[in-house]
Write a protein that binds this ligand. Structure first.
Ligand code: ATP
Ligand code: MG
Length: 521
């Protein structure tokens, strides 16, 4: 492959008028730049659609159609829709590419806000209502958005939204031919947010409401209604799976939010809100409502050791990060402990070397984790393996410790085989293992995924039973939990509680999910 070619370069003059200043971002269609309009002497944003760069009659045709479509969407004038100032074509390293000149919005994308995990319910309702206002205006003009997703919504410093890329997905589709609001038989959009009918190739205005439902679901719970490893997985889920009730994903989400989001996410567009205006009204009702205190039946695992103890239980989940940090911390703790106790009783460099090695690997893992979290596309790809990594690794640790204990009851270098890691270290590891497992086993994932999850819970449950029998009988039975757990009733109780919480959460989800399904039928 040849080295990556830039679509545009700093200082380049587009259309004899727009001087590129700095790149703001890059999406599936090309790059967005901050630029100076040298005629009007003001800053603007320029989106270069390199997807449509290229020669040949087919390329020319696609670009001409893009400009035609973009001209129509550029007519939209609404306070919550980014204003399009100009359209043009420019030569880039990939060939002639169309570009779109827009008002430069000083603000943050919802994708960034989601990564920061800093959205509260009132904000989500306010922004949702404003997006609906924008959609309502566009639909009234015969324009669908077709690609509502976090990176296409900016929030200005005044706290209002600006919807970007109206109709651009459709305009940039090289195969599009038919009218804008008719059923057209092609697929454009972003799979994690795509309505079932849009996935089938027949979008309609209420497909935008479905995408908004996915986006609001993500703002409110921190995760998408469906998790999938790839585009096909997302499309299949939108077509065939029922979304979970948001309150079953994150504790403390009010019932009214559950009802609103599940209605936006109906498979049949006719069962969603009739119009964007209706959805806006419902959202405004929620924006005014006070946030309720979390309910007692709410699943507790989400709110367990979070970095902000005592904070509200509804914590958007950008925050799985604490699990990664906790794992890193534990590895460091265990490495330090191992180094201190000298596994083989010989005080030499090997203990220090293995400790340092473990910490280095853990630190590398932590860096990769944060890099993946910062990139939604990588994250989507990594979602499934990452979900099982923590419980699988922790189970390996249990197995290693238990096997070591069973194999060698005698003292090693004066330290009992079952006690060769510090009590505190293993206790914490066990606790975190159970919690990580409960967190990893998100309900409403695919059947196979959940099957593996149940198997892991089963293994740990067996281990807990082993511990219990040891505690009661004083004898050691086959598959015993980490040996000294028997002396720690509190830890045992926590293990049981974690499993019980997982089951409660699962049952709550199923109930809420089926309630959502029967409503309005
Ligand atoms: P897609 O190509 O599917 O729309 P995307 O939305 O992730 O993907 P772009 O639309 O190219 O990517 O936008 C890239 C970045 O540029 C986004 O993060 C967005 O916040 C920023 N951006 C886009 N338009 C503007 C604008 N008018 N003012 C300020 N920032 C903008
Ligand atoms: Mg975009």
């Amino acid at each position: 492959m040849s080295p990556r070619r830039e679509d545009a370069v700093e200082g380049q003059l587009l259309g004899g008028r727009y001087r590129l200043v700095r790149q703001l971002g890059e999406g599936g269609m090309g790059e967005v730049w901050e630029a100076r309009d040298e005629t009007l002497d003001r800053q603007v944003a320029v989106k270069v659609i390199s997807l449509l760069a290229g020669g040949g009659s087919r390329g020319d045709e696609a670009r001409a159609r893009f400009l035609r479509e973009a001209r129509i969407t550029a007519r939209l004038q609404h306070p919550y829709v980014v204003t399009v100032h100009d359209l043009g074509e420019s030569s880039t390293q990939r060939g002639i590419a169309p570009f779109l000149v827009m008002e430069l919005v000083r603000g943050e994308g919802l994708d960034v806000k989601l990564r920061e995990g800093s959205v509260d319910l009132a904000e989500a309702a306010r922004w949702g209502a404003q997006i609906c206002d924008a959609l309502g205006d566009a639909h009234a003009h015969g324009i669908m958005h077709r690609d509502i997703k976090p990176s296409n919504i900016l929030v200005t410093s005044a706290g209002t939204v600006k919807v970007l890329d109206f109709g651009v997905a459709r305009a940039a589709d090289p195969y599009a031919t038919a009218d804008r609001l008719t059923q057209t038989g092609f697929i454009v959009g972003t799979p994690p947010y795509m309505a079932p009918e849009q996935a089938r190739g027949y979008p309609e205005p209420r497909s935008d409401l479905y995408a908004l439902g996915c986006l609001l679901f993500e703002l409110v719970t921190g995760r998408l209604p469906f998790q999938a490893p790839d585009s096909v997985g997302y499309l299949t889920a939108h077509l065939s799976q029922q979304p979970p009730a948001p309150s079953s994903v994150v504790a403390g989400v009010p019932e009214a939010w559950d009802a609103l989001l599940l209605r936006l996410l109906r498979k049949d567009p006719a069962e969603r809100y009739a119009s964007a205006a209706d959805a806006a009204q419902a959202l405004r009702g929620l924006a005014d409502a006070p946030e309720p205190a979390p309910t007692a039946t709410a699943p507790l695992t989400e709110g367990w050791p979070s970095p902000s103890p005592g904070g509200p239980t509804r914590k958007p989940v950008a925050g799985r990060n604490w699990i990664a940090v906790a794992v890193w911390f534990l590895v460091t703790l265990v490495a330090a402990t191992v180094t201190m106790v000298n596994i083989d009783g010989v005080d030499d460099g090997r203990d220090v070397a293995s400790g340092a090695g473990a910490v280095a690997v853990a630190t590398g893992g932590l860096i990769v984790w944060f890099a993946v979290r910062a990139r939604p596309r990588w994250q989507a790809r990594m979602a499934l393996p990452l979900r099982f990594l923590p419980p699988a690794l922790l189970f390996c640790v249990y197995a290693t410790v238990v096997a070591a204990d069973l194999a060698d009851d005698a003292s090693v270098g004066g330290i009992d085989g079952g006690f060769w890691l510090s009590v505190g270290g293993i206790s914490t590891l066990t606790l975190v293992g159970l919690l990580a497992m409960a967190a990893a086993l998100t309900p409403r994932t695919g059947r196979r995924t959940r099957g593996i999850g149940y198997a892991l819970v089963g293994v740990n449950a067996a281990a807990v039973v082993g511990t219990l029998t040891t505690m009661l009988s004083g004898h050691r039975f086959g598959f015993q939990y980490v040996p000294f757990v028997s002396r720690q009733w509190a830890l045992f109780a926590v293990g049981m509680a974690a499993i019980a919480l997982f089951c409660t959460r699962e049952i709550t989800t199923r109930r809420a999910g089926s309630a959502g399904l029967t409503e309005h039928r």
